[in-house]
Design a protein around this ligand. Structure first.
Ligand code: TXA
Ligand code: MG
Length: 359
């Protein structure tokens, strides 16, 4: 059963998954679509997290690979499982401003304002770290990213644990983030003991990361809470710059090439199908392995299974995008063509991810 919103309906039955033969660890997937299943899954996750283990949990943005943010050894397992470079800091997930305040040296008035406006939700605030946060969470830096997620399962697990959870997206490093339990399983089966299935992620792309340690605050990673919404609360802002050199990066998520499917991805604009086909002829790919993701101009001459239509609505598009990219990868697509997006602010986070996927 699928539910296209942040909820507790299980998106897939556990038996739909097949375990990789060579997997060293059995990966359990717990559904959450009844009150009792919800309770069981939360308890199991809390038990593992208290024991210093890593668990994949749903959030409203994308699924996260969580560990006790105050336990350096537990956090080290996240880096190992993902193959994540040590220099990439991890976001700390909290419930409530009090827990956020324990993670940071000071929580300025602007952070209070942003919390009131956008938390719980897809906003990460970068602030000076407190001593309780281990070095590997911040990648040795003096700042920490904190976020209060809105997903009921993530919230219940954090509340029950009583400690914050460090959690990057639950994918292998540099691959597309997971927006359902099946996506997590396809990359991390055998590497994690538990995936909690909380249905489809409602937002669908990763949180907006805002650095409050500089003035004016700077958007390090755009997301569905866009610059204009932030500016309405925070006033003046610095926008992130695409294509910075790695040595000057404040946030590795700003790397030009990131969030990529296996296939080559191109962003194109076409008036009609013949114009699309003539543009595609320059890429030298078979039509049978070319997938099109469109929102307004739908090409009819392609194999129907190779064409996805996502509503021309930024929220719906964000929610569906990574699922489509995972589907293209699973279908063995060699070329993914995404129809050019509008340039209005609400599309900016999505456009950012597509530019990086195409880089
Ligand atoms: O929506 C999200 O943010 C998801 C869910 C699971 O919460 N998490 C996520 O984590 O996308 P990750 O690790 O895949 O991306 C976090 C981004 C990275 O680009 C990282 O470099 C940046 O946030 N980041 C984390 N802490 C930071 C810090 N202290 N300073 C600058 N950038 C930071
Ligand atoms: Mg990630």
């Amino acid at each position: 059963m699928r539910r296209d919103e942040c909820g507790v309906k299980s998106s897939l039955k556990p038996r739909a998954f097949t375990q990789h033969a060579a997997s060293p660890m059995k990966t359990e997937i717990l559904p959450t679509h009844t009150k009792s299943l919800f309770g069981t899954a939360v308890q199991r996750a809390v038990q593992l997290l208290r024991a210093g283990e890593v668990v994949a949990l749903p959030t409203e943005t994308v699924y996260g690979l969580a560990a006790n943010a105050l336990d350096e050894k537990a956090v080290a397992k996240i880096f190992q499982i993902k193959g994540r470079p040590e220099h990439n800091p991890i976001i700390v997930h909290v419930v409530g401003n009090d827990m956020a305040k324990n993670c940071v040296r000071n929580f300025p008035e602007l952070a209070e304002k942003l919390s009131n406006a956008f938390w719980p939700g897809p906003l990460t605030m970068v602030l000076p770290r407190s001593k309780t946060i281990p070095n590997n969470v911040t990648a040795g830096g003096e700042t920490v990213g904190v976020r209060w997620p809105s997903h009921p399962i993530m919230q219940a697990v954090i509340r029950e644990c009583g400690f914050p959870l460090a959690a990057p997206s639950a994918n292998l490093s540099n691959q597309v983030s997971p927006t359902n339990a099946h996506h997590v399983f396809s990359q991390l089966a055998g590497k994690v003991a538990l995936i909690v299935d909380g249905g489809q992620s409602q937002v669908g792309i990763e949180s907006t990361v805002l650095d409050l340690t500089v003035s004016p605050p700077r958007i390090l990673r755009p997301g569905m809470i866009h610059a204009e919404s932030l500016a309405a609360v925070a006033g003046n802002l610095q926008l992130s710059t695409f294509n910075l050199q790695p040595s000057t990066l404040r946030s590795p998520g700003m790397l030009a090439k990131h969030y990529s499917p296996k296939a080559k991805l191109v962003i194109l604009n076409w008036r009609d199908e013949s114009e699309l086909v003539s543009q595609l002829s320059t890429f030298n790919f078979q039509l049978s392995t070319t997938h099109v993701i469109a929102h307004t101009k739908i090409p009819a001459g392609f194999p129907p299974e190779n064409v996805s239509v996502i509503p021309h609505d930024a929220e719906a598009f964000a929610r569906a995008l990574y699922g489509e990219l995972h589907r293209c990868d699973a279908a063995g697509a060699e070329l993914i063509v995404v129809e050019l997006l509008p340039e209005t602010p609400e599309w900016s986070g999505i456009a950012d991810r597509l530019r990086r996927a195409a880089a």
